[in-house]
Ligand binder design. Structure first.
Ligand code: ADE
Length: 236
């Protein structure tokens, strides 16, 4: 079955955006996944199709109305098991394991917010997973939704081809990637590490693992600590 994405947004024209130029765009053409956008504005109220209003209690900015969002969800979400994901800096920080979980399902509904956020009561009525793509604030959820889609689509069967790059890459084994080199073997004053030219596959694999460990230790002490913990558990 096709992996299906439905996006609720004030800016449907932002999709598929940069995904149209990448692996994900090709996969969209090949119908490995499908993307539907739903303009929140169409569910707006009154002559101006308003979707937001001022916050109770005062304060700056506007809040997207729960009744409008609910109407949009009711109209676009058939009875299926796809999760509803709300992109927000308040969400849980997206990890590769989450991406793998979403990619292994049937797809997702994405809610993209703007303004100060959405009326909290929407979370009482619907089961919604809040996801952040990092500890910084974007002006809207759309770029975050595109990021999450990109990460999921590349894991779908048939998208990356038969190579190993999905299995060996960063985060799925808990380590950052080892450094890569290609031709020419000598460029300017820089040469490729000798071992990579040795043809000794065992030694190359050991060197790469060592490099990946060193890079992780130096750049991402948090990942390194988690990696050590899991490898300890594996031996106990
Ligand atoms: N919307 C605004 N900032 C965001 C972030 N960091 N992650 C997900 N959605 C967002």
């Amino acid at each position: 079955m096709t992996w299906q994405v439905d996006v609720l947004t004030l800016f449907p024209e932002m999709f598929p955006g940069f995904l149209g130029y990448s692996l994900a765009g090709r996969a969209l053409e090949d119908q490995i996944w499908s993307l539907k956008t739903h303009a929140l504005r169409e569910f707006g109220s009154g002559r101006h199709k308003a979707v937001d209003d001022t916050p109770f209690g005062g304060g700056a900015g506007m809040v997207i109305r729960a009744d409008i969002l609910d109407a949009a969800l009711q109209a676009t979400k058939p009875m299926d098991d796809r999760p509803i994901i709300y992109l927000s800096p308040r969400g849980r920080s997206l990890q590769q394991a989450d991406v793998a979980r979403f990619a292994s399902g049937q797809g997702a509904y994405f809610i993209c917010g703007r303004y100060e956020g959405i009326d909290e009561r929407i979370f009482q009525k619907h089961t919604i997973e809040e996801v952040s793509v990092g500890d910084y604030v974007l002006s809207g959820g759309e770029p975050a939704a595109l990021i999450l889609m990109d990460a999921c689509v590349r894991l779908l069967p048939g998208v990356m081809g038969s190579d190993q790059s999905g299995i060996e890459e960063s985060f799925s084994n808990g380590l950052l990637e080892y450094p890569h080199y290609t031709k020419p073997a000598t460029w300017s004053d820089y040469s490729v590490p000798e071992i990579l030219l040795s043809g000794n596959h065992g030694a190359i694999a050991a060197w790469r693992k060592e490099q990946a460990e060193q890079a992780t230790k130096k750049r991402r002490p948090d990942l390194w600590q988690a990696y050590q913990q899991t490898s300890k558990q594996a031996y106990n």
